[in-house]
Design a binder for this molecule. Structure first.
Ligand code: ADP
Ligand code: MG
Length: 378
């Protein structure tokens, strides 16, 4: 964990770049610093690996005040990736990646193994890329090398200062996806600087929004979107994104509130009759306590119909997925899509049936929100 305690940074020309920064970056999390150019993001980063020192306050990493740690040793414990990564042009890729392990005097075998492992991690075939030179790689590939070079000696902390800003939009998105995937595996503490809100929302566990040497808000992306601290934050997020958030309803606002149900004790003829009169091909099964047990389909009823001893509970089918009434509709839609379901039951924390989310109810909602026809030819 990194903690900034009342950090002030005044440069030698008298300019105060950071005023009173109090900040926590959690272990295994991606903390994203964002804000307009000149607000102090890079200054904040450089204080973490002591490229510069604060004029007031303390930076504490895992309980240690870093002013007491040897600078060189500190920097070896921290990976650093910057926008123009500066791979050494006269060194091949393997040698570039292994800079820090060599400084740490790892033996050759261990280094070679690590280089191949890292190249594989970012989808660059070691056989092909190990002995190439930086100029023989695309911008996106070079930046991948920058990222794995920072990971090479297994630092617990990685600083990334606008690492993807110079890339074209497609490479940038690819690297963002890769970082998210990689982070699931490596679970490092990452401090990441960007000025791109989409990037921040995509990768951050926590967003720290800065302005003129101060922190305006630090919170999860969800919290920032839902409760922006002031107009500056709102403007920075942008009207469009805020409107999108405001529009996303929760499942309970969209669901069908009275799904057709049946008790597990009933017989199959009764089930058939209900299906017929309500014009549905499945019934949700709930017990006397309103708890969801599963469902029966018309096909199962027809198959077993001859056997008069059979009850609903004998041909019950279980649901693999249910959703909570408070889940965001977008999440529920993903679940429905992934499972190719036509509906999904909505139950509360006690497994009591609260409703049913159907493809039909979702479409109905969307056509309310986006009245397509009304905008034509205006
Ligand atoms: P960001 O990374 O958010 O764009 P920086 O942290 O690089 O901003 O810079 C913050 C402010 O500090 C800027 O106004 C910048 O001009 C100033 N600054 C940065 N480095 C120095 C320096 N060495 N001496 C004086 N001012 C500096
Ligand atoms: Mg900067």
């Amino acid at each position: 964990m990194i903690i900034f305690e009342h950090i002030q940074k005044q440069y030698s020309d008298g300019f105060i770049a950071l005023k009173d920064i109090n900040l926590t970056c959690g272990n295994g999390e991606i903390t994203v610093l964002i804000g307009p150019s000149g607000c102090g993001k890079t200054t904040t980063m450089k204080l973490i690996n002591r490229l510069i020192n604060p004029t007031k306050g303390k930076v504490i990493i895992d309980g240690e005040d870093i002013s007491t740690i040897n600078q060189i040793e500190l920097r070896r414990r921290i990976g650093y990736v910057i926008q123009h990564i500066g791979l050494f042009p006269h060194m091949d890729i393997a040698t570039n990646v292994a800079v820090v392990p060599r400084l740490l005097k790892w033996d050759k075998q261990r280094i070679d193994k690590r280089v191949d492992e890292l190249l594989n991690m970012v989808g660059l075939e070691p056989e092909t890329y190990r002995n190439r030179y930086p100029s023989e790689l695309s911008g996106g590939q070079q930046q991948r090398i920058g990222v794995i070079r920072a990971l090479a000696a297994e630092p617990s902390l990685i600083l990334m200062d606008e690492p993807f800003s110079a890339l074209d939009p497609i490479s940038r998105e690819q690297l963002q996806e890769e970082l998210i995937r990689l982070q699931k595996e490596i679970k490092k503490s990452i401090v990441f600087v960007t000025h791109d809100m989409d990037e921040a929302l995509k990768i951050a566990d926590k967003i720290v929004l800065m302005k003129d040497g101060n922190i305006v808000q630090q919170a999860s992306p969800e919290e920032i979107l839902r409760h922006p601290a002031n107009d500056f934050v709102k403007n920075f997020i942008g009207k469009k994104r805020l409107q999108q958030v405001a529009k996303v309803p929760s499942v309970k606002e969209i669901m069908v509130r009275k799904p057709i149900t049946i008790s597990p004790k009933r017989g199959l003829a009764e089930a058939m009759k209900i299906m017929e009169s309500k014009e549905v091909d499945t019934l949700l099964i709930v017990n006397d306590e309103d708890e969801l047990q599963g469902y029966i389909s018309i096909f199962d009823v027809l198959n077993e119909f001859e056997d008069e001893s059979k009850r609903v509970k004998d041909i019950i089918q279980k649901f693999e997925h249910v959703v909570n009434p408070n889940m965001l509709l977008t999440e529920a839609i993903n679940l429905i899509n992934e499972n190719n379901a036509s509906y999904i039951p909505v139950v509360n924390d006690q497994n009591k049936l609260r409703g049913l989310l159907t493809r039909g109810s979702i479409v109905g909602h969307l056509s309310d929100v986006y009245p397509f026809n009304n905008n034509r030819g205006a």
